[in-house]
Design a protein around this ligand. Structure first.
Ligand code: A2P
Length: 268
């Protein structure tokens, strides 16, 4: 079997790994796609966590960390992925089709979870590109709305088509029977950096200028009321973390909840 084949598991499934079936694939742009797989009955995770996934196309498959984009009550598992030209996993992953097999390690983990934050009034989720994935999970989890009065999801991308996954998700959420009513407290703030759009610019610059707060009609971030979660590229994480620290927020972890948490969008 060639490395290009992404169909059935012809190699033995490694220990500690589930072999699951692709149920849906949707391509958004030439760089972005989502896919859904069956959920093993014994697989438990907290909304916002990530898991290692791979393809059954080699004796020692390449695994990469992927945020789970579906909430923990969902019957399937959803992922949102970039296509990296020549990327050891995504080069093959982008060709998957319904019925193909995906390998998923059994242990999820991560810091972008409600447990790692102290109680607060407003929750800010800052994302760029595929960094929206863990928030796609969290905004569909009722616990998020039980813990915070207001939830603000910011999503910054280069071009318009890259916002579609998030927009589709939020639109569906508004009429969802389980979380739709609670999700009325969700604000979705989209900005673009390389095309004209109603809101433009990096979220870090929009926080520094105060424009994001003006646009949303909200007071600036304060450690008394606000909590933050950050997911994007390494540079975005660093700059957004510095911005939140500038507002007086402190980074937390599972064993030491505080006022913001950080995670990277894991891509190869
Ligand atoms: P820009 O177009 O100015 O680089 P990428 O696809 O490279 O991960 O970028 C996704 C989005 O994140 C882009 O809109 C990009 O803006 C923005 N971005 C990149 N680096 C940073 C950063 N250090 N801080 C905030 N936003 C960033």
């Amino acid at each position: 079997m060639s490395l290009d084949s992404t169909t059935k598991a012809e190699f033995p499934v490694p220990a500690g790994v589930f072999a699951e079936t692709v149920t849906e694939v949707k391509h958004y742009t030439d760089r972005l796609f989502k896919f859904r797989i069956t959920r093993p009955a014994s697989f438990r995770f907290r909304s916002g966590e990530f898991v290692m996934i791979g393809l059954p196309n080699a004796e020692k498959p390449v695994f990469r960390a992927y945020s789970i984009a579906s909430p923990n009550w969902d019957e399937e598992i959803e992922f949102y992925s970039i296509k990296v030209p020549g990327g050891p996993l995504t080069e093959h992953l982008q060709k998957i089709r319904e019925g193909d097999t995906i390998l998923m390690r059994k242990k999820p983990t991560g810091t972008l979870v409600n447990d790692a934050l102290l109680p607060g009034k407003r929750l800010w989720m800052f994302s760029t590109g595929t960094g929206i994935a863990p928030f796609a999970s969290l905004i569909r989890d009722p616990e998020t709305y039980e813990k915070f009065d207001e939830v603000i999801l910011t999503h910054t991308c280069r071009e318009q088509g890259e916002l579609d996954y998030g927009k589709e998700l939020v639109a569906a959420l508004r009429s969802d029977p389980l979380v739709g009513e609670m999700a009325q407290n969700l604000r979705h703030y989209c900005t673009l950096t390389r095309e004209d759009y109603p809101f433009t610019g990096r979220i870090t610059d929009l926080m520094a200028s105060g424009k994001v707060f003006d646009d949303l009609g909200l007071s600036p971030i304060s450690p008394e009321t606000d909590r933050g979660m950050i997911c994007g590229s390494m540079a975005m994480l660093q700059d957004t973390k510095a911005a939140l620290e500038g507002f007086g927020l402190e980074e937390g972890a599972n064993n030491k909840p505080a006022t913001f948490v950080v995670e990277r969008a894991f891509v190869d």
